[in-house]
Design a binder for this molecule. Structure first.
Ligand SMILES: [Zn+2]
Ligand SMILES: [Zn+2]
Length: 130
């Protein structure tokens, strides 16, 4: 049992390291390919399960973009995303002026706000130059 726990912990560490090493917001399938380089015997189901668990723990962020496959982000600081309508690439967007958007809503309407989602859509520079 103890050895099993160690194995699970190690798998999680590798998945988290791989996710944090990129800013491409990979899908579980992408991450599976990355993790498999280091853990050849890991299964896609295990990668999925760990990603969901780490999302629940607040260690990673799950991005649900426009009905497509879920993507994951190793950066859990509040930030926004822009999705390319051509190739599906997801990039980070910094919006300083939106930092207090939730506080403003509380002040004006009396809601208790638990979170919000905002996604931008566009055409990335690579696709624009095609
Ligand atoms: Zn693109
Ligand atoms: Zn991001």
């Amino acid at each position: 049992m103890k050895e099993e726990n160690l194995r699970i912990t190690h798998q999680r560490e590798v998945i988290l390291e791989e996710l944090r090493s990129v800013t491409s917001h990979p899908t579980a399938d992408d991450l599976y390919d990355m993790v498999r380089q280091r853990l050849p015997r890991i299964s896609l189901a295990t990668v999925y399960r760990n990603l969901e668990w780490m999302t629940d723990q607040g260690m990673v962020q799950k991005i649900e973009v426009g009905g497509r496959q879920k993507r994951f982000d190793g950066n859990v600081e509040p930030h926004y995303h822009i999705r390319c309508m051509e190739c599906g690439k997801v990039d980070d967007v910094e919006l300083q002026q939106f930092r207090n958007i939730e506080n403003r809503l509380v002040d004006e309407r009396g809601y208790k706000v638990l979170g919000h989602r905002l996604e931008f859509m566009g055409i990335c520079p690579v696709c624009r130059n095609r």
